[in-house]
Each structure stands twice: as C-alpha cells, then as structure tokens.
Design a protein around this ligand. Structure first.
Ligand SMILES: Cc1cc2nc3c(=O)[nH]c(=O)nc-3n(C[C@H](O)[C@H](O)[C@H](O)COP(=O)(O)OP(=O)(O)OC[C@H]3O[C@@H](n4cnc5c(N)ncnc54)[C@H](O)[C@@H]3O)c2cc1C
Length: 295
C-alpha cells in the first residue's frame, strides 16, 4: 500500500488530527525547521494503535520545548494537549496523561495542597517529554516523584505499565528506547500547606526569570552540565556571550541558551553549537554533550 492509501485507511477511524505538509517551526520552541509530510495529533491510545498498524515506528514529540528540527520529516506524532488531556488525583498521588504540561500539573498539585512538584513549575514541557528527558530543576527531577508510567510500544502496538526501576534513567535522560511513547505518568507527592507551596513556586519562578532569558525563541539549556563545571560558565569563559550566526545568538544573560531572533534557521543554531563545542574542547578539554534533541 502506498503512504496515501495508508493515510486513507487511517482516516476512516482516526479521531485526532492529521496535518499534511505541516510547518515544523510551529512545533519547536526554537521556531526553526522544515516541514512534516504528515503530522498526527492523536487523541487516544486507539489512535496510536492505528498509526502503528499503518506505519510502525514514527517520530514522536510533546510540546517541542527541547526539540530542534534539522530539516524535513516524513511522519511525526505529536503527543500534545490534544492527547487525552486528563489529570486525576487520589490522596497524594497524581495521575496524568502524557500531553499535560508540567506547569499545569504543578498548579493542580498546588490546588490540591500537594507538595513536591514546585521546582518543576517553570519547565515548559509535557509529562511525556519530561519523562523521556528526566527533566528537572533546582535539584529536583521528574524521576524523584514518578512512581509509574505507561508506554505505547510502536513496534508491538501494546501499551505497557512500567516502573522507574525498569529503565536506566540518568541526568536528563529517562532511559526510554526508540519506539516507546509515554502515554501517562503517576507521581507521588506529599500533603503540604497551600501558602507554602505557592511561595515555593513563586520563588522558583522568580529565580528562573532572574537567571534565564525570557525573550526570543529558545530551547532552554542547549548542553548538559558536565560533572565539574556548568556548561554556561564554560561557554561564557570562551567569550561566546552575544556571538551570532545568522539569526541565532548566545544569550547575554545565560550562555547555555541560544536564542533565535526570529530569522534563524536550524543550520544557524547547529553551526553555533559546533563552534561552541570546538572552542570549549580546545580550551578545557571537555566535550559538551547536547541536552536538546535534534530530529
Ligand atoms: C525556556 C525553557 C526552559 C527550560 N527549562 C528546563 C529546565 O529547567 N529543566 C529541564 O529539564 N528542561 C528544561 N527545558 C527543556 C524542556 O522543557 C524539557 O526537556 C521538557 O521535558 C521537554 O518536554 P516536551 O514535551 O517539550 O518534549 P519535546 O521537546 O517535544 O521532546 C523532547 C524529547 O522527548 C521525546 N518525547 C516527547 N514526548 C514524548 C512522549 N510522550 N513519549 C516519548 N518520548 C517523548 C521527543 O521525542 C524528544 O526526544 C526548558 C525549555 C525551555 C524552552
């Protein structure tokens, strides 16, 4: 069957959206990239099953807050807010579908007097993306509070429950395999006092605003922090603050942030990344590892 015919079969039962020739700039916080021949926004696991029946393994993203698209992509699934956007709370446990964003989850936790998620309030990703990345801030990571999650396996078409001990999660890496799409996550928090929770969220957000650039398109930290020194410090020491390639430049406020002034291409960003890596290695003999995902 041709791709067109497969799409037609899919359309018969697919509940979500199918976009053709989608502009990937709208799906990355860097606002660069080419086009997706087919972009699927599934509403449910049944939709994921249909995609996997027709196409097997596909690329998958969440909010695109950590993804740089190199160019065009054939087929991509977006597990975004359209994906079964539900949050349920039982005692001190929160269960959320993968498309819910961390700020929304942090707010729900606060509303229900649950503490433990405050540090993560400013991370603009989805639960799925945060589990895949083991996102974290201010010494707290998603895996510190995650007790269980479910994945959809694109190769087998099955949905499987997993516990954090089933994966080799590390710093900014949830240890998932290719073809594993997170569909939900369960987090264990603690009872807390609402005023104190709000105060903590406010302070973490203020701290972020003080240290990180808030204007322009960016993906947050470009590189992981090496063991000995923060990546931002190494980059700053190499004199990169303000360095520009095309429309991409290194933030004056935080050197581990690359900003798109609105006219950058992914090639500009990648070129800047390359320059930084080369120079940091030359000066410090340290190989900077990407935190962002290049697709
Ligand atoms: C301003 C700014 C500040 C940030 N601050 C932080 C921070 O403090 N700490 C931090 O850790 N990160 C931070 N980030 C990066 C980013 O928000 C996190 O990595 C976030 O967890 C990515 O989630 P996402 O849904 O946007 O994933 P995406 O960017 O869409 O995808 C990231 C990766 O996850 C995979 N993925 C996405 N959804 C799923 C899914 N459902 N199942 C399986 N794989 C999936 C993608 O294939 C890709 O490999 C920041 C980004 C920005 C723009």
């Amino acid at each position: 069957m041709s791709v067109m015919e497969r799409i037609e079969v899919l359309k018969e039962r697919f509940e979500g959206k199918i976009l053709e020739n989608a502009d990937l700039r709208n799906y990355s916080f860097m606002h660069t990239g080419g086009h997706a021949k087919y972009l699927f926004e599934p509403y449910s696991i049944a939709d994921l099953e249909l995609i996997s029946e027709q196409f097997g393994e596909v690329k998958c993203i969440g909010n695109g807050s950590n993804v740089l698209f190199r160019g065009d992509i054939d087929k991509i699934v977006v597990i975004s807010r359209t994906f079964n956007d539900s949050v349920s709370i039982e005692g001190d446990t929160i269960r959320s579908s993968a498309g819910v964003s961390l700020p929304v989850l942090a707010k729900k936790a606060y509303e229900n007097s649950l503490t433990g998620f405050e540090e993560l309030v400013g991370i603009p990703g989805t639960v799925g993306g945060a589990i895949r990345m083991n996102a974290g801030a201010f010494g707290k990571t998603v895996f510190d509070v995650l007790t269980e999650f479910s994945i959809f396996e694109t190769n087998s078409g099955r949905t499987v429950k997993m516990s954090p001990s089933d994966v080799n999660f590390q710093y900014r890496n949830g240890g998932l395999q290719e073809g594993q799409i997170v569909v939900s996550g369960t987090f264990k928090l603690n009872r807390g006092e609402k005023g104190a929770i709000l105060n903590k969220m406010f302070n973490f957000s203020a701290n972020r605003r003080m240290k990180q650039p808030m204007k322009g398109y960016s993906l947050g930290s470009i590189f992981k922090n090496p063991k000995k020194y923060p990546a931002g410090w190494l980059i700053e020491e190499c004199g990169f603050k303000g360095t520009k390639v095309g429309g991409a430049y290194v933030s004056e406020k935080h050197a581990n942030f690359i900003i798109n002034d609105g006219s950058a291409t992914s090639e500009d960003v990648l070129q800047l990344i390359d320059m930084i890596r080369t120079q940091v290695f030359k000066r410090f003999n340290i190989e900077l590892e990407l935190e962002i995902v290049v697709l």
